[in-house]
Design a protein around this ligand. Structure first.
Ligand code: SF4
Length: 415
């Protein structure tokens, strides 16, 4: 089987009868076995102000569509400068294909851990193409289920479903209904700051050279501190010693990522903190935010890889969270991702699963089960059940809940 490696589209703009006409001149298809990309080459030979503006606009569109580059004699430098101004130094919403000092055009000189991670994540074997009928069935079944659940909601009632809410209601309904007493601490804030720092890493301007982990963490804290989100307010109130503590913990995480994760090729179109939501109308919305994803579908061929970054030990919930993201991606894009993976920063280890029909069906059943319970408990007033488990360790009523106390005592005895 032949695999398309690179496609180069060469584009020119000409004036015919006073009108600007875009001409797609050449398509070069390279056949091989590596990762795929589409490169748009804009021929920049400006002969009039009208032509220059037309070329600039087309350049911007092409850069947004793929891994753009401009060639030619006249305004290449100007095009790049204007494009940077147009996109901003950090690119669009964490998406950066051109400017990062950390991303590469190729992958070489990897450490053993980086190579191992790359081996776990990269494509192998035949292209992954899901049956179109299967994808349609998943979408149809989810739509029908959401219509059914929506009919059980009160007027103007809306339900947001996240991986966290599904897991929470399935683990212990009583705990799920307890007031959310979440507070920022250095332990939970450093994950959010590290994600922001990694987002900046992927967009770091090439002209500024490769950033150090401390550069990234400082910038991330400064940006989050400026935000009105609650973490911003929390950062603003930190004492110098607490701030130093958070910086040092977060720097460890970012260093672990830099050292152990393979540099991301621009050709993979990496994106951090990507929001995903389905459907786009109606009272029930499934939503998520993916730590890191790369790859784009090629027609119906699945190429996207979804990655969650974690500290701590692996547990079953991490895989279920990723399956929820794979389901969401299937619902939104109609092409399932190729692979999902958790990258454990402390252990420098990626655990990956190929996305399969079985994974997506299981994720759908679990999501609908959780949604059914959430509506029963939150909208229809059913009394919650108590289900002891790991959640008991941080549950606010774990000193008064009988089954929770018994569970924790039994755990302590067996430790
Ligand atoms: S202590 Fe455990 S069983 Fe009891 S409500 Fe909390 S999480 Fe549920």
């Amino acid at each position: 089987m032949l695999v398309v490696d690179d496609v180069e589209v060469v584009v020119d703009v000409v004036v015919v009868g006073g009108s600007v006409v875009v001409v797609v001149v050449v398509v070069v298809v390279v056949v091989g076995g590596g990762a795929s990309s589409v490169t748009f080459t804009m021929i920049n030979v400006a002969t009039s102000p009208t032509m220059m503006v037309a070329r600039m606009m087309l350049s911007a569109v092409l850069f947004d569509m793929g891994e753009g580059k401009t060639t030619g004699r006249s305004h290449t430098t100007e095009a790049r400068r204007r494009l940077r101004d147009y996109r901003g130094d950090e690119g669009h919403g964490g998406i950066c294909r051109l400017q990062s000092a950390w991303m590469t055009d190729g992958i070489d000189g990897l450490s053993p851990v980086q190579q191992r991670t790359l081996d776990v994540l990269r494509r192998s074997g035949d292209p992954v193409v899901f049956d179109a009928g299967f994808v349609d069935d998943i979408r149809d079944e989810m739509r029908a289920a959401l219509d059914h659940f929506a009919a059980r909601l009160g007027a103007d009632e809306e339900v947001w479903i996240s991986k966290h809410r599904i897991a929470s209601v399935l683990e212990c309904e009583e705990h799920h209904l307890l007031p959310d007493e979440f507070e920022w601490t250095s332990a939970n804030a450093n994950g959010t700051i590290a994600h922001k720092a990694i987002e900046l890493l992927l967009s770091w301007p090439q002209r500024r050279g490769e950033p150090t982990p401390i550069d990234l963490v400082d910038e991330a804290m400064s940006r989050l501190g400026d935000e009105s989100r609650s973490i911003g307010q929390w950062i603003e109130t930190l004492s110098p010693a607490d701030e130093a503590d958070v910086r040092s913990q977060t720097t460890v995480r970012v260093t672990q990522f830099l050292e152990n994760f393979p540099p991301l090729s621009r050709r993979w179109a990496p994106v951090t903190e990507a929001s995903i939501r389905w459907p786009n109308s109606g009272p029930i919305t499934l939503s998520g935010k993916v730590d890191l994803l790369f790859g784009r579908p090629n027609g119906r061929e699945s190429r996207k890889v979804i990655i969650d970054l974690k500290t701590g030990r692996p547990n079953a919930r991490h895989r279920q969270d990723l399956a929820f993201y794979a389901l969401l991606e299937t619902l939104v894009r109609e092409v399932p991702p190729r692979k999902v993976a958790t990258f454990y920063l402390d252990a420098a280890e990626a655990q990956a699963d190929d996305v399969s029909e079985r994974m997506l069906e299981t994720a759908m059943r679990r999501t609908l089960d959780g949604l059914h319970r959430i509506i029963e408990l939150e909208s229809e007033g059913r009394a919650p059940t108590r289900r002891p488990g790991v959640t008991c360790r941080w549950c606010a009523i774990n000193d008064s809940c009988e089954v929770g106390v018994a569970y924790l005592d039994a755990r302590r005895a067996s430790d």
